[in-house]
Design a binder for this molecule. Structure first.
Ligand code: BJ8
Length: 419
């Protein structure tokens, strides 16, 4: 556990932090651990329970001159941050415990993810926010875009906003490459480190190792009897963007070896499910947890806290110029299959490919309440999957407990139908 002295020193409101931190080990995970414990999963459970925090490690690194770059979205390339020997960190945004801080300011119906991170910052509750020397936002959905203005107005946080185009045509690619150059310049300025092609390549290598390992672990779920549950997998993916890359990769390696020997923890052969849509940000596991509690086996998460994070890694090589590397990086990031794009928004083909690879019986399309990009694409995706004979359940939810009963009923009925 991190000491309150450190938290106080970095600017966290310790009293609120203590009151609001709701990220301890929830009972469903404790039960899962008691039933299926595997030594190689212990690290992930402990991080999930808030027992191992990175605050102290980052605090010490900062004392030695490192800088921290916080972000909320996959569109911010961690490679550039690592290239400057800086620390990339995903910021808090998955819990309703910070809502009371944001509610007096934001409209009632705003997306819970946005309400959550705005609340974390306004309340001074997220230590990673307070440790960040640079916070990078992005123009993805309108809610996020405007929320950074609110934070800029109400806090002393200077948020750099990356202008992500809404399409992927050539003109948009040029604009986006310029934006990535702008980010590189900003990181160089705050870190006082010049990003050379050598250190960009090294930064990329670190990340590539981590993402490849994560992908290999997740692909073990293609087996008829997956050696790891959806709940365990989500817990691991949710931690991917804020753990020490080297340590996380080592833990994944050990886990991968252990999973090769492990028998499936699933007691029943329930339908194999794929979940797609808005991200399930730590510690939110509601939908996936219920889907497995009522008998489903979630074998793939097509979301930013899932395969969008580790798939389609850019391929850099040492013979490329720095400009070429940045171009490859930028193009690759622009290809992240987020529903915020228009023009080629049809993500159905990619989903169909995954449905085949993971032998999926049914799809859960999840959107966070008030999330327009995902709730609007749901109709399109459901119809197209229906034409291919894939049952799809469209669910809208938030961070509250109020809809648990209703979700159980709907997921149970869906699983029965899929069987
Ligand atoms: S790359 S999915 S992390 S934008 S849920 S705030 S879209 S209203 S999170 Fe996302 Fe980047 Fe895309 Fe991934 Fe808006 Fe929807 Fe809220 Fe969202």
């Amino acid at each position: 556990m991190v000491s309150f002295e450190i938290l106080r020193e970095i600017g966290v409101d310790v009293e609120k932090y203590d009151r609001y931190r709701g990220c301890g080990m929830p009972s469903h995970l404790k039960e899962a651990w008691d039933e299926n414990n595997l030594l190689e999963l212990e690290y992930f459970y402990r991080v999930r329970a808030g027992e191992y925090s990175r605050v102290e490690e980052i605090y010490k690194a900062k004392k030695e001159g490192s800088v921290v770059v916080g972000s909320f979205c996959l569109f911010v390339p961690e490679e550039l941050v690592l290239a400057a020997d800086a620390i990339p960190i995903g910021l808090c945004g998955g819990s309703s415990s910070s809502f009371p801080e944001a509610e007096p300011i934001l409209p009632r119906e705003v997306c819970p993810l946005i309400k959550s991170y705005v609340g974390y910052k306004l309340g001074g509750i997220c230590p990673y926010f307070e440790l960040s020397d640079l916070v990078v936002g992005e123009t993805t959905c309108d809610g996020k875009t405007k929320s950074f203005e609110v934070l800029n107005d109400l806090t002393d946080e200077e948020i750099m906003v990356l202008h992500r185009p809404n399409t992927r045509d050539q003109r948009s690619r040029e604009i986006w490459r310029d934006e990535i150059h702008r980010l590189k310049n900003e990181i160089e300025e705050i870190s006082k480190e010049k990003i050379s092609k050598q250190n960009l390549f090294r930064g990329w290598q670190k990340l590539d190792m981590k993402k490849k390992r994560l992908q290999e672990v997740m692909e073990l779920r293609k087996q008829p009897n997956p050696p790891i549950t959806g709940l365990e997998s989500l817990m691991i993916s949710q931690l991917a963007s804020n753990q020490n890359p080297q340590k996380y990769t080592e833990k994944l390696e050990k886990l991968q070896n252990a999973l090769i020997e492990r028998e499936t923890p699933y007691k029943d052969k329930g339908p194999r499910l794929l979940i797609t849509g808005s991200p399930l940000v730590y510690p939110n596991q509601k939908i996936l947890r219920i889907a497995e509690e009522v008998g489903g086996r979630v074998v793939h998460e097509e979301m930013c806290t899932g395969s969008r994070y580790y798939e389609n890694q850019p391929k850099l090589n040492e013979n490329q110029t720095l400009n070429k590397m940045i171009e490859v990086l930028a193009d690759n990031y622009l290809d992240i299959p987020c529903a915020c794009f228009t023009g080629d928004t049809d993500r159905t083909d990619q989903l169909l490919q995954k449905i085949k690879e993971f032998d999926v019986d049914g799809v859960i399309h999840h959107s966070l309440r008030s999330c327009d990009p995902y709730s609007l694409e749901a109709y399109q995706i459901k119809n197209k999957l229906k034409d291919k004979g894939i049952p799809t359940l469209v669910i809208e939810s938030d961070y509250s407990k109020e809809d648990i009963g209703q979700l159980k009923t709907r997921l149970q009925a869906f699983i029965e139908m899929t069987k």
